[in-house]
Design a binder for this molecule. Structure first.
Ligand SMILES: Cc1ncc(COP(=O)(O)O)c(C=O)c1O
Length: 464
């Protein structure tokens, strides 16, 4: 009888990086993946799958990068972290530690930001549907309120008239730029002028600080145009005897998940129906391979012409106007990774392979927006496996047909095995646990804050 020779076994756990949409990764995080992948296996065994690891050092570096551009242009500025991007408490703490404010869109975000140590005066409240309870706390704390409508200013006035102790509302008026006339957010010129008239008449109730807008999309050009439009209202407000001091251009600053060249090559070569298990290419994607970094974007915005011979930076300085920004996604760039354990890989009809992950599409939510997360996962594997390249799509653990994490067929150098890990990098911005729930009574995934103690050593702490 021939002797059975066991195939070679891998002795160590290793990280296998994808080749098509390879994630850009912060070096500190990459160091953990490359040099201590077994630590991730241990953490998932301890805390369950999926597991979200949150990295405040990345957030703080992002703040510093934006600040360095603003300082270079010598403009007065305020940064409010758009807290809606992520539910992590430690990122709110990182905002507070960085000395920036927070943009809150609910009473609960406000309470969390206060708990993180941000003073109430450094909070800015956005959103069109603030409740009376939310308004009340904003008024008492002296937070900035972005007023979305004539109706909202009426509600604020009614609250102020009965407020005990008496309060004064610090407000920005939200402008609806001409590029989005049908938007439900903000006010057009007519309502804005009516608000300004109220403000002139009700100086005892309101402290008017300026204007705000927020646009969809990620182009700096649309912000330049909206900014120019707003400066007309600055002039008008001043002529009416008011003293606006701030223009808040909202969020929507871009971030880069993958190299732009890789991204363009993917769009050209690897994005046909045949690259998706459901043979359907989504209509739109976030621009994962943004041509501009966030700093280049901000530079271009500040260097753009406001008027002949005057840049936006020049306008801000000459008119003593503070530029406010509300970045959400771009401040949490690299601030989290999501770790999914593989339950099993299964061969199905039409020669397709599906990987079942312990977690769901609610834990990585782009498919719920009829889109896809165009960043390939990193495979952490310690099982014996021959390097046989294969393709698979990734499904969650529920029995819903729609519970698919990625319909896209992902290339792997080896077939993922039970117990292996799939690491999705850069999930802090609106990915991660945004839509998370307890479907099938699975407990909510845990978040751990990761801090670097000494080189190559990490501390993992529950992130409440
Ligand atoms: C008013 C406002 N500010 C800021 C943001 C944050 O945007 P982003 O995360 O794209 O920077 C949003 C997002 O919807 C918003 O509505």
């Amino acid at each position: 009888m021939p002797e059975l020779i066991a195939p070679p076994t891998k002795e160590t756990t290793e990280a296998q990086y994808p080749k098509v949409l390879k994630p850009l990764i912060d070096p500190v995080i990459d160091n953990l993946l490359k040099h201590s992948p077994e630590k991730l296996v241990e953490l998932v065994n301890q805390h369950g799958s999926p597991l979200n690891l949150v990295w405040p050092h990345a957030f703080e570096a992002n703040v510093q990068a934006l600040q360095s551009v603003l300082k270079r242009h010598d403009v007065d500025y305020a940064i409010f972290y758009g807290a809606k991007a992520n539910k992590s408490q430690c990122l709110l703490t990182a905002a507070s530690a960085s000395g920036i404010g927070t943009d809150v869109s609910s009473l609960f975000e406000l309470q969390a930001a206060l708990r993180a140590g941000t003073p109430a005066e450094h909070l800015c409240a956005t959103g069109p549907a603030k409740t009376a309870a939310f308004h009340q706390v904003l008024l008492q704390g002296g937070s900035l309120i972005c007023v979305d409508s004539l109706e909202e200013i009426g509600h604020l006035k009614a609250l102020l008239d009965t407020s005990q102790p008496p309060a004064k509302a610090r407000i920005l008026l939200r402008y609806r730029p001409t590029s989005c006339p049908a938007s439900r957010f903000g006010m057009g010129a007519k309502d804005l002028f009516q608000c300004l008239q109220h403000l002139v008449e009700q100086r005892e109730s309101f402290h008017f600080e300026g204007f705000h807008f927020h646009l969809g999309g990620y182009g700096y050009e649309t912000r330049v145009q909206a900014f120019r439009e707003v400066t007309g209202f600055i002039d008008a407000a001043r002529e009416m005897g008011l003293d606006p001091v701030m223009i808040d251009i909202g969020g929507g600053l871009p971030m880069r998940y993958v190299d732009p060249q890789d991204y363009n090559s993917f769009l050209q070569n690897d994005n046909n129906p045949g690259h998706y298990q459901n043979r359907r290419v989504p209509d739109s994607f976030y621009p994962y391979g943004s041509n501009l970094t966030v700093c280049q974007w901000l530079d271009l915005f500040l260097e753009s012409d406001h008027s002949p011979g005057k840049t936006i930076a020049g306008y801000l300085k000459s008119q003593n106007i503070k530029l406010a920004l509300e970045p959400g996604r771009s401040l949490v760039d690299q601030a989290a990774i999501s770790v999914f354990r593989v339950t099993r890989t299964k061969q199905i009809a039409d020669n397709k392979v599906v990987i079942f992950a312990e977690g769901s599409s609610f834990s990585a939510c782009e498919t719920w927006f009829s889109s896809e997360y165009l960043v390939d996962p990193i495979l952490i594997t310690s099982k014996e496996s021959q390097p046989v390249p294969m393709q698979a799509y990734i499904a969650g653990h529920s029995c819903l047909d729609d519970d698919v994490i990625t319909h896209r067929l992902i290339n792997f150098d080896t077939t993922p095995q039970t117990g292996d890990l799939l690491i999705y990098a850069n999930t802090a911005g609106y990915q991660m646990d945004l839509l998370e729930n307890e479907f099938h009574r699975h407990p909510l995934p845990q978040r751990l804050m990761v801090t670097c103690c000494t080189d190559g050593n990490y501390a993992f702490t529950p992130d409440y």
